[in-house]
Design a protein around this ligand. Sequence first.
Ligand SMILES: *Cc1c(COP(=O)(O)O)cnc(C)c1O
Length: 363
Amino acid sequence: MPDSVSSTPVASDWKKELAASIVSPVALARVRPVDAAALAPVCVRYPMRINSYWLSMMRQPEDPFWRQAVPDALELEDGAQADPLAEEDQSPVPGLIHRYPDRVVFLVSDRCAMYCRHCMRKRRVGRPAAAVREAVAAGIDYIRATPAIEEVILSGGDPLMLDDAVLEEILARLKEIRHVHLLRIHTRMPSSLPRRVTASLAAMLGRFHPLYINIQFNHPAEMTPEAAEACRCLADAGIPLGCQSVLIRGVNDDPGTMAALMRVLLAHRVRPYYLHQMDPVQGTAHLRTPIETGLAILAALRGRIPGIGVPQLMIDLPGGGGKVPLLPESVVSRGPGTWRVRNYNGEVFDYPVSGGPEKGGGS
Ligand SMILES: *Cc1c(COP(=O)(O)O)cnc(C)c1O
């Protein structure tokens, strides 16, 4: 383990790194070889933010950090829908997505420490829009009035963009609601700005168990000493950590990179949860992979890394149909009584499919 992380992060560290973010193409062109004129119109439509931590990891054009953070003129050439999953239609109040009966996604911030070019909420994140504070109050009222909701997933934007006290108040108000049994936070901070995870944040979150956190790492190089420390801090507070990775062209769309990513997550007590096929969201087509790529990667992971490191490959159906896991085909043929099944090594076996004899009298 690297022990280069000498001092424990405090709030002023991450606020400084965030304040030093690069948000304009001209500023980026001063420190990295980019064509500011070409990026300018993209940033008007889809904002850029590269905080000083992420910038320090962006060593050369097209490396994984670069591809996830530097805008591309292709973002403007994509005619797909802005909201293919119909999240807005499934929002009973602004910023609260109620698709499944028992759980909601609650967008408590529309800002992030770094704007991912592959963002599935590009239509709203980072753009001047919503009065988030009023929306949060309305969202809490809706949750309180809807007993079917058992789990609230804080998302955004990034919920950890909120100050600890604001986040704590939201969590406390949700915890007061009798039918809300589970809290979950979806955040990219452990990889995008790891010093955001301070000891005081972890201690505060640890008072809201059962609380789960799902993070997003897309490449093994994102597990820097700082990121590892952020994961350690949350895990030590008793928070189960899951990872929702996004399959991105040119970043992680090969089995070797993905296996390394899943192994590094396991080594830091993060359980791979979902591997997302990118949604057909406007402005992201150049980063999307064919669906077969994900299936081939999943087939390669099975048998190559521990089972607890194999995420579910998910597609999210258009129009709000919900998430569906896809599996590489393992059943070769289905006969009466026997199925032919292919194993992780490509070998084929016969498997008896009928159950045992039924018990007792019957007809
Ligand atoms: C992804 C998602 C969830 C959470 O799904 P899980 O499978 O429980 O992780 C809930 N609501 C909406 C609208 C979602 O998109």
